[in-house]
Design a protein around this ligand. Structure first.
Ligand code: FAD
Ligand code: DLZ
Ligand code: SF4
Length: 512
């Protein structure tokens, strides 16, 4: 069967299901850079560079295997600038084909496009499951069936059993499933973040940087410090450096934040995993081997494995289970505009300024910065979920909707009303102070509860709980803060309402 095989920009894996039966004698592999994908959100410049450079390298890799590759560049005058347009053009110029095959796309928007193509293309279109994930759609749906609540922890244990990772027969090694309590250490004074391998752009990457700068000059972000992997060998360098040098500290400092140090002991591999350059199970097995040989402690390795076979698989399951309307939910009826400082970084809140600056320069912030700084603030301010979701899709190197949306819409802003998390991750300044060194250098006073110098997170936190009492008060996990709120004097309640609303309007850029 002569087959046209469409490979998308985040499907650059040797083991991709649509390439397993590649017949190099007669098949054609199609990769197409198209404006429809480059513009459906205004991606960070570094993400455009990474995807296009990685697609070009993958095309060369396939050619080295002897495959016939049709590679369409963005500036090709004949480019129709849509994926379905490029499939049609390939069929008419290189056909006839017996069928078009692709691995299922990673988001609802493209799922719909492929469904439409099945009706309109003329050739049969076959869509294969994405075997790079551990948990298939049907398996997740079966696990979710009949459960009152979907909690990551229980799903994760199933994935541990399924893979045998960190298992001793039926039981978790070390006698417990979870080492989170050990993984919340603040950075000791004077400790330095480890040196990280950074990939210097070669000629190919440099030429893509120039193209992106010329074609997308107004997109968010800078490219001067681009250092992401765009090929399999580069990604392997990142991963092996991480496993050997960084992983031992991953657990202890997983939740820590430090001014001017965005990477700390994090893996920096999400983008490479998401576009197919790193196999997530391989990363987990190598982390496990590091523990078995005594090179990394269990709390670090379990923490890392949990993020990948737990959270990463869980959020994907939620994304597909919830359907395309998941993003429309707005459980806290948040309607505010996203503040401009999310783009400019111009704010005197030291924590927010640092996270936005690094996001602009590296398209990266680590999990706790995304969750407890920018996400927490957006939720406390009551920013409309669609604006928050859009910001996260734009600014990060690893942003693909199937993983971004449940994290943003669910975990960070509680816009889904509790599908991903059992309570909002809301916190005042004390949390940020405990986990970082931001507050010492901030214009605000983290310990002040009211007045012009008080850390905005403090008043916003109580004002958020007060404003949303009807929606959140019954949540057992919020019983304690609501009890505290109820114990405040009427004068303190009035102060929270008045000052909280003043700060909220000021930060949202609304009239007082
Ligand atoms: P590490 O901290 O080293 O973690 C190891 C790996 O675990 C990551 O590479 C990633 O593959 C996986 N992982 C960790 N946490 C999660 C999680 N919550 N969900 C899924 N996978 C996880 N991750 C994305 O890949 N794309 C996104 O668009 C994205 N958006 C996010 C938005 C918000 C609001 C939040 C709170 C989290 C988001 N995450 C997203 C999850 C997480 O923040 C990133 O995966 C992580 O910061 C990537 O950096 P790292 O490779 O250094 O991760
Ligand atoms: C993210 C992205 C970008 C920027 N450009 C392309 C492209 O030109 N061609 C392509 O096939 N894929 C691209 N991608 C990746 C897709 O947007 C991705 O497959 C979907 O977001 C589904 O995860
Ligand atoms: Fe952030 Fe408040 Fe600390 Fe300033 S005082 S760095 S605003 S938490």
């Amino acid at each position: 069967m002569r087959t046209l095989r469409l490979v998308l920009g985040d499907q650059l894996s040797d083991t991709l299901s649509s390439l397993v039966e590649l017949d190099i004698r007669q098949d054609v592999v199609l990769l197409a850079e198209v404006m429809a994908e480059a513009e459906y959100v205004r991606h960070h410049k570094q993400k455009l560079v990474m995807v296009f450079a990685a697609m070009r390298r993958f095309a060369d890799r396939l050619r080295d295997r002897g495959a016939t590759v049709r590679y369409v560049r963005l500036d090709d005058p004949a480019n129709t600038q849509t994926l379905d347009g490029e499939v049609r053009r390939a069929v008419s110029e290189l056909g006839p084909f017996d069928r078009v095959v692709l691995t299922e796309p990673g988001e609802w928007r493209l799922h719909q496009l492929v469904e439409d193509m099945k009706w309109t293309l003329g050739e049969p279109v076959e869509v294969l499951e994405d075997a790079r994930f551990l948990c298939r759609h049907g398996e997740f749906a079966a696990w979710a069936e009949g459960r009152k609540e979907l909690r990551m922890e229980f799903f994760y244990r199933e994935m541990r059993r399924k893979t045998g990772l960190l298992m001793d027969g039926d039981r978790p090694v070390g006698g417990q499933w979870n080492f989170d309590k050990e993984n919340r250490k603040r950075l000791p004074r004077g400790i330095k973040a480890p040196h990280r391998v950074w990939i210097a752009p070669d000629d190919l990457t440099r030429s893509v940087i120039a193209e992106v700068e010329a074609r997308f000059p107004d997109n968010f972000g800078t490219t001067a410090r681009f250092g992401w992997a765009t090929g399999h060998e580069e990604a392997e360098r990142l991963l092996s450096h991480f496993i050997a040098e960084i992983l031992p500290g991953f657990g202890d400092y997983e939740d820590a934040m430090a001014k001017g140090s965005p990477f700390l002991w994090h893996g920096l591999i999400s983008a490479a995993i998401n576009i197919g350059l790193v196999d997530p199970m391989d990363a987990c097995r190598r982390a496990e081997a590091a523990w078995r040989t005594g090179a990394a402690p269990l709390n670090a390795v379990e923490g890392f494995v949990r993020q990948i076979i737990g959270w990463r698989e869980f959020v994907r399951g939620i994304y597909w289970l919830q359907g395309p309307d998941y993003k429309k939910t707005n459980a806290l009826a948040a309607e505010g505009p996203l503040p401009w400082f999310y783009w400019s970084g111009e704010t005197d809140m030291a924590c927010v300024a640092d996270v936005v600056a690094h996001t602009r320069d590296y398209a990266y912030a680590h999990h706790i910065q995304r969750l407890m700084v920018t996400g927490n603030l957006a939720m406390l301010l009551g920013v409309a979920p669609a604006e928050v979701d859009d910001w996260y899709m734009v600014v990060f190197i690893d942003a693909f909707e199937w993983v971004e949306l449940p994290n943003t819409h669910g975990m960070a802003t509680f816009a889904d009303g509790g599908i991903v998390g059992s309570k909002p991750y809301a916190a005042g300044g004390a949390y940020i102070d405990r986990m970082s060194d931001y507050c010492g250098g901030c214009r605000y006073e983290v310990k002040a509860k009211s007045g012009p110098d008080a850390c905005p997170f403090n008043l916003l936190y109580w004002a958020f709980l007060d404003r949303n009492a009807d929606r959140l008060k019954a949540n057992p996990r919020l019983a304690m803060p609501y009890r505290t709120l109820a114990g405040f004097t009427p004068a303190r309640r009035a102060e929270i309402e008045r000052e909280g609303e003043t700060i909220r309007r000021r930060l949202l850029g609304l009239a007082p």
